[in-house]
Design a protein around this ligand. Structure first.
Ligand SMILES: Cc1cc2nc3c(=O)[nH]c(=O)nc-3n(C[C@H](O)[C@H](O)[C@H](O)COP(=O)(O)OP(=O)(O)OC[C@H]3O[C@@H](n4cnc5c(N)ncnc54)[C@H](O)[C@@H]3O)c2cc1C
Length: 375
């Protein structure tokens, strides 16, 4: 099949609502948040359902046309754009945006891949439940994108990555065949766990069209603190202490450098709540039952941490608005970076106890290559 024949067949399969032809309307589909990797497209498509999407893939496969699935296009590494080879057919999941089922007793939710993460949060909250993947892009990223990047987010310590939170998946394979693994079983010990291949695969093995997600009881109370630290090594001591004293209620622990707080305040509307600057900070959150013990546990942790010299200063949010303001410091950091010039994004995992050493060694290695870099 020729490219022209395949594109014509896709147009007729999807109808006018299913393709974006106007150059101005296409522009957002060819961009990514950092504006570093401009995209191109042979055609921008918006299938209405799984079967239309399968039809698009079948035709692209027959014509050997490259395809890129698009979620909310909030990924920071150019995964939705391509600069080389034949222009791809872009497949936006935006119309597959329905929550298909929510089983509050079994604590599962079945969703189409184009559901915006924040809408999933809201649906879970309405039932007193929690879907714990949470990140700054929650208002635009889609669950299919979260699954395909195996997103971590700010509660990964307690609940794990997306990989740990998906019970079942439905995927359209590159030739248009449908792989149906949309199961909601808590215990599934049958053979290979095929869905795990597609999680974190960035669309290279197929297009995720639906998923069954694990939900959790929604914590009744959340306590948030922003703490100043003398150095990164103190964060490791603080983390161990927090795990020991918090009785499993530690739900977030974000280590932030002074430079990050500065750009978040300068460009992102963040407000530094502490009177004196410190080299490092930890944004810490505990969540659990509303039995009054959480605040006392957090205060005891801070007292012990200050006695041990792990924490220099800190503040505990007195209201949900204050907690949101502390979180804003962290979340605005991502977008604020672009105003400071070019930045190199990375998502590096090292064993917790090696983080301080890693920072020293990686910093020295980066400065050896780019002596003017700010770390
Ligand atoms: C302010 C901000 C904060 C962020 N914070 C975090 C964070 O804390 N943790 C984190 O992990 N990431 C974070 N990110 C990065 C990004 O939001 C996540 O990677 C998110 O999971 C991407 O979802 P998306 O729908 O935008 O995917 P997209 O950017 O649209 O796509 C990402 C990749 O997945 C593929 N893909 C998308 N949908 C599908 C599908 N249905 N089937 C198959 N492949 C698909 C795409 O082709 C692409 O390769 C942040 C981004 C921003 C802008």
């Amino acid at each position: 099949m020729t490219t022209e024949a395949a594109l014509a067949a896709i147009r007729s399969l999807l109808g006018p609502r299913g393709v974006v032809e106007d150059a101005r309307d296409q522009a957002p589909y060819l961009e990514e948040p950092r504006k570093l990797f401009p995209g191109r497209a042979a055609l921008v498509t918006r299938p209405a359902d799984r079967d239309q999407l399968a039809g698009v893939l079948r035709l692209c496969h027959a014509a050997r046309l490259p395809v890129i699935p698009l979620g909310g296009r909030t990924g920071l590494v150019g995964g939705t754009t391509s600069q080389e080879g034949p222009p791809p057919v872009l497949i936006s999941l935006e119309r597959l945006n329905r929550i298909l089922a929510l089983d509050a007793k079994a604590m599962t939710m079945t969703v189409q891949a184009g559901c915006i993460l924040e809408n999933i949060h809201r649906a879970a909250e309405a039932e007193g439940l929690l879907f714990p993947i949470n990140l700054g892009a929650r208002g635009s990223c889609m669950i299919g994108g979260n699954i395909s990047t195996n997103a971590g987010g700010i509660q990964v310590l307690r609940y794990g990555n997306t990989r740990d939170l998906v019970l079942g998946l439905e995927v359209v394979l590159p030739d248009g065949e449908i792989w149906d693994g949309l199961r909601a079983l808590r215990k599934d010990n049958t053979g290979y766990d095929m869905k795990q291949l597609f999680i974190g695969a960035e669309g290279t093995l197929g297009v995720v069209t639906a998923a069954v997600l694990r939900l959790f009881p929604r914590p009744e109370e959340v306590q948030t603190a922003f703490l100043a630290l003398p150095d990164a090594a103190a964060a490791i001591g603080l983390y161990a202490l927090a795990q020991r004293l918090s009785g499993g209620t530690l739900s977030a622990f974000e280590l932030i450098q002074r430079f990050g707080v500065e750009i978040s305040c300068r460009f992102g509307g963040g407000v530094d709540p502490l009177s004196a600057p410190a080299p490092w900070y930890v944004l810490l959150e505990m969540s659990g039952a509303a039995d009054g013990s959480l605040r006392a546990t957090l205060e005891a942790l801070l007292e012990a941490a200050m006695e041990q010299g792990l924490v220099l200063d800190g503040t505990i949010a007195e209201s949900s608005a204050q907690a949101a303001s502390l979180w804003h410091l962290r979340e605005a950091l991502v977008d604020s970076q672009q105003f400071e010039g070019a930045s190199i994004k990375h998502d590096i995992a090292v064993p917790i106890s090696l983080v301080p050493d890693f920072l020293v060694q990686a910093g020295a290695a980066a400065l050896a290559v780019i002596p003017t870099a700010r770390l």
